[in-house]
Design a protein around this ligand. Structure first.
Ligand code: AMP
Ligand code: MG
Length: 399
């Protein structure tokens, strides 16, 4: 059985990153991964300009004139740069181009106006309240490397840099199916022995959050012929993700059919929950994850294994930040597997606190209402005590 780190390394070694790219607009590029490095098309600022509403001056003229200058003209945003007449001052607004000949801005709150003249304080320094051309970035600077997932802020920057079209990797096409004879979609009354399905929905939505092209493959019965059909229909997909049937029971057929049609790279990882996970390939294109059926196991294995694989396919690097937190309660257990304990993380006076939630059974969905992270317990550890430092993995920014 592989350790968590071995399994993650095996996945990254196996995933074949996308070989195709496409070009999209800025609005369409949100959450997408860059397929080339992106360079600035302009200097930013594009020209020297005023950082404040005020008056443009040449400081030498100001000193020579005893800090009183006649007002000549104004310069607004969108105006081409004007020219400051020697021995005068010009009205200027935030973002307007610095007039030729001016070397400083005096903010309007600091001056007095008297009959067409402006009276300045005696403390004006050259270069005040100026934004210099190119001080933020310059034309041709590399703004982003390839493989960068673009956020709203990134796209604002790219827009300011004059980039109109962005080469990105296509969204991975991912087929999602649940397996199990007991599974029913809500809306139909349950017959004895049936349960409502939840993993397929969660997986589809997590994929959407990651910006993937997720396709619902429905629920497949615990029947080798039906599972074979599912796997054989997977050739159009970059990934296939199933849940259930990956364990050792007589009716856990996913792994068997997967081994028959595809190639399994590993099965079972020393983690809790989520041990019975299988990973490999079907055909030359499709990566295959058989996730465990228990709802919490399926969520944990998605986060630990599927998410990094998808990001690697888009040439990106996934990070799973682990933050030191103080445990607010005790958690005891038998060492053996790396455990991901559902936890409530909160910040208090700038410190992160982590509470192990009651109800850690991998079939229990109730504690997910409170869960906003995991506490990671190392394989050789017997748990933690209140007040100890633990490693917390946030799942949201709602801390
Ligand atoms: P399995 O991995 O198929 O042995 O299933 C383990 C447990 O998870 C069983 O209790 C199943 O009923 C349950 N389960 C399997 N698939 C799902 C699903 N898609 N949604 C909710 N529970 C599931
Ligand atoms: Mg099953």
């Amino acid at each position: 059985m592989l350790s968590l780190e071995e399994a993650r390394a095996a996945i990254l070694a196996e995933v074949t990153p996308s070989a195709t790219t496409q070009t999209v607009s800025l609005l369409q590029a949100h959450g997408r991964f860059t397929a080339q490095e992106l360079r600035a098309q302009v200097d930013n600022p594009a020209f020297d300009n005023s950082a404040m509403d005020g008056y443009a001056v040449r400081t030498a003229d100001l000193v020579a004139a005893g800090f009183v200058l006649p007002l000549h003209g104004e310069c607004r945003c969108g105006d081409a740069p004007g020219k400051l007449s020697p021995g005068s001052t010009m009205r200027i607004f935030t973002g307007a181009p610095m007039p030729e000949g001016a070397d400083s801005i005096v903010i309007q709150e600091d001056v007095k106006l008297e009959g067409g003249k402006v009276i300045f304080p005696k403390s004006v320094q050259p270069g005040s309240h100026l934004r210099r051309r190119g001080e933020d970035f310059r034309h041709s600077d590399v703004l982003y490397p390839a493989g960068r997932r673009l956020s709203s802020y990134d796209l604002a920057l790219l827009s300011a840099a004059g980039v109109a079209q962005i080469p990105v990797y296509p969204r991975a096409r991912v087929l999602v199916a649940a397996t199990g004879d007991e599974l029913v979609t809500p809306g139909t009354p349950l017959q004895p022995g049936q349960i409502y399905e939840s993993n397929r929905l969660a997986t589809l939505l997590l994929l959407q959050e990651l910006g993937m092209d997720a396709v619902d493959g429905g629920t497949v019965r615990d029947d080798p012929a039906a599972l074979r059909e599912l796997l054989k229909s997977s050739a159009d997909f970059d990934f296939v993700i199933t849940s259930g049937g990956a364990s050792v029971g007589d009716h856990d057929l996913v792994k068997q059919v997967f081994a028959e049609i595809g190639e399994i790279k590993f099965w079972k990882v020393k983690i809790k929950p989520g041990k019975p996970i299988a990973f490999g390939r079907v055909g030359s294109r499709t990566h295959f994850f058989a996730l465990p059926g228990n709802p919490v196991s399926s969520l944990v294995t998605f986060k630990l294994f599927v998410e990094p694989a998808l990001i690697a396919w888009h040439h990106g690097v996934s990070r799973m930040p682990q933050l030191a937190a103080t445990a607010t309660n005790d958690f005891r257990r038998h060492p053996g597997r790396t455990e991901f304990v559902r936890a409530r993380l909160v910040t208090e006076n700038g410190k992160l606190l982590a509470t192990a939630l009651p109800g850690q059974g991998s079939h229990m969905l109730g504690p997910l209402r409170e869960t906003n992270g995991f506490i990671r317990v190392e394989a050789d550890s017997a748990g933690f005590k209140q007040g100890e430092t633990v490693m917390a993995i946030p799942l949201s920014t709602d801390l």
